[in-house]
Ligand binder design. Structure first.
Ligand SMILES: [Zn+2]
Length: 374
């Protein structure tokens, strides 16, 4: 029997706003979910616009007021407005779409928190994790997941929220929102290449662990090489995220579910296959009594995106996860990142207390006999 019900809010709007960033990302994902029968097994949750008060949970009044004016701007003014931010494009209808994207995430949180569904995925555009308190950035207008986390805390008295950002970019907007907040544990892995990859922030490195009371509650795993595979992803999950997550003991898990971390994506250039997301999802479903809300972020290779979305939804529905094909041990670069993160966090988490001391043995165990002694 399928205990897990997946809710599935989506933007059906054929709004021209959504043309600025390929709408096929949603339509093809949705069509495939329908064709494979997965959509039928999901509870569809109606979408609504996020209210001003909800948007203000993660954004400043000045910023919201500025975005509100965009539907009435001339094309010229819009371009001028856009130029003050990084890598984001404003269309007259993006304000409406962005309110729907945030609202969809909130509808999903409501459905999960009230027990209407066990877990779910919100397929939304524009994405959210790069947008900051007072700035749009990287295709993102409102920070859907950050708003959802604040909303869950405020409306349902949730005490601890885990945000897992498996998108291949650093969700710096989420980090900035919660860096001094110990009630939200933010985990992000991201293509970094020693700061050579966008958004080129020193703040994305492993030693940025959070501030003040929030120290230890921000976990950055920088990928310093492209081509990371399933084994690299799974080892970081198993040796960093999961031990800390169990110790943190969240009441709710939110996922910044970007799939540009999958093979074939022009942004990520990684080699993890879509079925790895079945495993990542499955591993997170044991936390927070299964209360998990995944919200779409990036993912620009349509084939890879669609397969990854299906793997995620299928797993949320309770289907058995596929056997991982030829799982290799992590590469040296991934091991280095992993060890750096564990060391940076050992003061904050008792599960990592011995991280530094065991690094040598740990890497030897992973690399196998030929690499022993490195
Ligand atoms: Zn991304």
């Amino acid at each position: 029997s399928y205990l897990a019900k997946c809710c599935f809010p989506y933007l059906t709007s054929t709004d021209p706003a959504c043309k600025i960033e390929v709408p096929e990302r949603l339509t093809v994902s949705h069509e495939t979910l329908v064709r494979t029968g997965l959509a039928d097994r999901c509870v569809s949750v109606p979408v609504r616009e996020a209210t001003d008060a909800e948007i203000l949970l993660a954004h400043s009044e000045e910023y919201l007021e500025a975005v509100k004016k965009t539907p009435y701007m001339s094309l010229e003014d819009l371009m001028e407005f856009t130029r003050q931010y990084g890598d984001v494009y404003f269309h007259p209808n993006i304000y409406h779409c962005a309110k729907l994207a945030a609202g969809a995430a909130l509808q999903l949180v409501d459905s999960v928190m009230t027990g209407k569904v066990r877990n779910g995925m919100a397929l939304v555009r524009p994405p959210g994790h790069h947008s900051m308190r007072s700035a749009a950035n990287g295709f993102c207008v409102f920070n859907n997941v950050a708003i959802a986390a604040q909303y869950a805390k405020q409306k349902y008295g949730v005490q601890r929220v885990l945000i897992v950002d498996w998108d291949i970019h650093h969700g710096q907007g989420v980090q900035y929102c919660f860096e001094d907040d110990p009630s939200v544990l933010y985990f992000s892995w991201h293509r970094y290449e020693h700061q050579k990859f966008w958004p080129h922030l020193r703040d994305s490195d492993y030693d940025i662990v959070g501030k003040e009371k929030g120290a230890g509650f921000n976990i950055n795993v920088p990928w310093n090489k492209v081509g990371m595979e399933n084994g690299d992803y799974l080892s970081v999950f198993c040796h960093v995220l999961l031990p800390v997550a169990y110790e943190f003991c969240p009441d709710l898990v939110l996922v910044c579910a970007g799939f540009d971390s999958a093979i074939g994506d022009p942004e990520g250039e990684m080699c993890a296959t879509p079925d790895v997301f079945a495993h990542l999802t499955h591993l997170l479903m044991n936390l927070a009594g299964g209360k998990l809300c995944a919200v779409l972020e990036g993912g620009y290779n349509l084939t890879s995106l669609v397969q990854s979305v299906c793997q995620t939804v299928q797993t949320l529905l309770g289907d058995p996860v596929p056997r991982p094909a030829s799982l290799k041990s992590p590469c040296i670069s991934a091991l280095e990142s992993l060890q750096c993160v564990r060391s940076a966090h050992k003061a904050y988490w008792s599960c990592l207390k011995h991280a530094g001391n065991h690094n040598r043995a740990f890497s030897r165990a992973f690399k196998g006999p030929e690499a022993a002694g490195v």
